[in-house]
Design a binder for this molecule. Structure first.
Ligand SMILES: *Cc1c(COP(=O)(O)O)cnc(C)c1O
Length: 320
């Protein structure tokens, strides 16, 4: 196992992405506060460059390449947002990028990745192994692999969102963030534990695929089939050894949310807060609602992880 990232790595990542990534706004909603009986702070990563927090980890990773690695290029595999993040980071840094994407990835995400100048290689996510495809491309062409979550530079970069949130609003009692492979929640935990050690860090998975929850309960990394859920940013089959370890020691709990709960949250964000949050980005708020009585009077951070959803799909989901 590569060594675990620390909060010092999050601070270094923050310096590296400064002036390149957006310092996204923290939104509040009186309606939401009243509904849940607590004070909520929404970190709006749907307003991040390329529409999700993943730009933070992607840029931090590619920016750390040696001149030789930068010249040869980067390869990434992803169901969408990590692909766009690495493609955009590579474009900004002048590094060639190859992105391995599932053939059924949302059209907007594939188009955006190509738009950033990356070469896209597609595969069948239900039958092919994207990690093997990435490894083959790396071996054949000398490309450096940037995995979507199990990498110290990726985790450290993702942690900068919670760092900004807590530095802006002050100590939190709870922070909720989605869990796919666990990069975001791991980085969030590093920042929360450094800046407000008593903060309870809660990860949230789609109910259709609770592999991280099971992994922590069973004490080993559980592998599952690709879960069928509208939370396409969290359709991972397993967490990584780095993210497993950070989650194990720093999370208060992992909860799950159903697709119906995500749609309800998505509708709330659109109607009451006038923002587009993709289904995966709704996981944190959906889980906070479940345990509202426990949050009474508390200061609660919610990472809205992204806003990349096709508009036709968004409307279909809200129309039921
Ligand atoms: C990737 C992603 C997640 C999950 O992040 P992990 O680091 O894989 O746990 C959550 N929300 C959105 C919008 C994402 O793109």
């Amino acid at each position: 196992m590569t060594s675990l990232p620390t909060y010092a790595d999050v601070e270094a990542a923050a310096a590296r992405i400064a002036g390149v990534a957006h310092k996204t706004p923290v939104l509040t909603s009186t309606t939401a506060d009243q509904a849940l009986g607590c004070k909520l702070f929404f970190k709006a990563e749907n307003f991040q460059r390329m529409g999700a927090f993943k730009f933070r980890g992607g840029y931090n990773s590619v920016a750390k390449f040696t001149p030789e690695q930068k010249k040869t290029g980067v390869v990434a595999y992803s169901s969408g947002n990590h692909a766009q993040a690495v493609a955009l980071a590579a474009k900004i840094l002048g590094v060639p990028a190859v992105i391995v994407m599932p053939h059924d990835a949302p059209a907007a995400k594939v188009a955006a990745t190509k738009g950033y100048g990356a070469e896209v290689v597609s595969y069948d996510r239900y039958s092919e192994d994207r990690e093997a495809i990435g490894a083959k491309l790396s071996a054949e062409r000398g490309l450096t692999i940037i995995p979507p979550y199990n990498h110290p530079d990726v985790i450290a970069g993702q942690g900068t969102a919670a760092k900004e949130l807590i530095e802006e609003v002050g100590p939190l009692d709870y922070v909720f963030a989605p869990v796919g492979g666990g990069g975001l929640i791991s980085g969030t935990a590093l920042s929360a534990k450094a800046l407000c050690p008593d903060c309870k860090v809660i990860g949230v998975e789609p109910a259709a695929g609770n592999d991280a929850q099971r992994s922590l309960a069973e004490g080993r990394i559980v592998h599952i089939d690709t879960p069928k859920t509208i939370a396409d940013g969290a359709q991972t089959q397993h967490i990584g050894d780095l993210t497993y370890t950070i989650m194990k020691y720093n999370l208060a709990e992992i909860r799950t949310a159903t697709d119906a709960e995500l749609i309800e949250a998505m509708g709330f964000f659109a109607t009451r807060m006038k923002i587009v949050v993709e289904p995966t980005g709704c996981l944190g708020f959906a889980a906070a609602k479940q345990i509202a009585p426990a949050l009474a009077g508390k200061r609660v951070g919610i990472i809205l992880s992204g806003g990349n959803v096709d508009m036709t799909r968004f409307c279909e989901l809200l129309a039921g």
